[in-house]
Design a protein around this ligand. Sequence first.
Ligand SMILES: *Cc1c(COP(=O)(O)O)cnc(C)c1O
Length: 616
Amino acid sequence: MDKLNVNALFLGPKSENQDFFKEMLNFMMNDFIDWRKDFHPQDKPIITDSDKDREDYKSTLLKTRHTLVDLAGKLQTCSMPWFSPRYLGHMNTDTLMAANLGYMLTLLYNPNNCAYEGSPVTTELEIELGKQLAGLLGYDPKRSWGHITSGGTIANYEGLWVARNLKSIPHAIKKVLPELVGEISDWQLSNLTSVRVLDLLDEVKVAGKFEDILRLSARGTGVLDKNPGKLLVPQSKHYSWVKAMDILGIGTENLINIKVKDNYRMDIEDLKNTIEKLTVQKIPILAVVGVVGSTEEGAIDEIHEIVRIRREFEEKGISFYLHIDAAYGGYARAMVLDENNKFLEYDDLISTLKEQRIIAEDTDWPSPEVHKAFKFMGEADSITIDPHKMGYVPYATGAIVMKDKRILDLISYFAAYVFDKSENNPLLLGSYIMEGSKAGATVAATWCAHKIIPLNFTGYGRIIGCGITGAQRFYRTILKAGSIIIAGRKFQIKPLTLPDFNMVDFAFNEIGNKDLTAMNELNQKIYELCSYKSGPVYLNDFITSKTALSEEEYGNTPGKFVMDFGIPWEEWEKVKSVYVMRSSIITPFLVNDSSPDGFMNNFLKTMKEKITKIIS
Ligand SMILES: *Cc1c(COP(=O)(O)O)cnc(C)c1O
């Protein structure tokens, strides 16, 4: 089979594929219009020619026309040019033609995936997508359960929702069916493995006491009755975890931040020490969250180490739920799966990625730790993944996948297990998920994307590989530049850390400056010249995003980056925050445009112009 051509997947930065795009739009609109007419063709039109002759009819159409022209103008003036390689900021780039077209087509039919009867087509597609994503993430598609959410935030809420309910089940069993758990302490009840709890629930179902147990679980009693324990997340966490603790009534004070190392991955030693400390105090751990692709640094936590630690503690009778927040990095697991979706061992992988030109010759990726992290993802109880990030589909499309589909019963409002025998169920999605009415269009968009682009290195690997190669080159451009001279003054530029994925953070400082506030001000001014402030957006020649790495969130880790600029430690202790530019390089076009005018070649020149403007 021919290999996938990335240039044929997107409309293109200059609408290079406009002919095809318009042809498909025309086909879709004509097809949809005919579909309406073909529904009982004998029915007469209700809007007649004489209706259309009326003045108020014409003026109403005119209002629609004006409104659309008005909206188009607003959007053109002030929308972010995500399709351009000059946009290197948030996790945005061009979205796939297939996904955009599939979305627009489905939008016209307006399916609602809350219930099968409102979405016979797209509900089935959603169930199929759940299985595809399960396979991508290392789960057995037959035993797992996954569905589309409106984003990673909701997926994280749902992960914690499941964990909270699961953690409370053993305590409820002890009240209703004590013989099932025997002589066992509260502490032990809080430390049963997820599989053990689900096995117990199977016995509860046989005993016909499932509803009674649910009533006495966190679902019925809330968390007041029994503290579900602590949530352990790395300092690099997405802030949705804080919100989740609030919303689910567990409380933000029960969230513990685990330190990150200099490379912004979770510090496994700190994780271990924290678990030990909590164990001594007999405080249960509700869940540990590992991050695959941190929002601010693209760091990939060492999932294999978290899994190893869980096994070690389980031997000592201590267990916790494990969720992976791979909203950002989940699709990158496609990079390590071959054309038969088989996981590739390290040496094979590295040579194959280069032979197949998925990763460029000059780029080394992934590191052995990132490869191992991908390998062990399938051990987690649930995983968040965002098709609207590295899946290149439009908003609002996130997803959650759970390893063991029996877990669904803990959040279901429609006894799923009764229907478990049938492969087609559950189809009443609204009863099994956090949301209610929801678009079938996002599902269709993702399904179209997956239909064309395999979830392995022959498909998504080819697109994501361009971004990773681009990110590494961008990183090296910054590293090599070292310093630039502007009007006789010398400015240093440094990347924060070698990226695990496709995010490059960087900052400037004037050589000799030892004042962190002044350094932060310089970077803030650069950012202001490299971001949208007010229209028209055509005036921007480079757009990025920014973040402040503060002591409050990251402890002293960012302080070392500050010291690398020759700024004394006392300055870090005083200011406690460093301002950095943040470029997510998702676009396949940065690396594919190697022309002299290409943005990669002109990045430093652009930066020089910005700083010149600031200091003159
Ligand atoms: C983006 C992101 C989220 C939130 O996802 P949304 O789709 O924006 O709701 C959660 N976690 C991580 C790590 C993310 O990068």
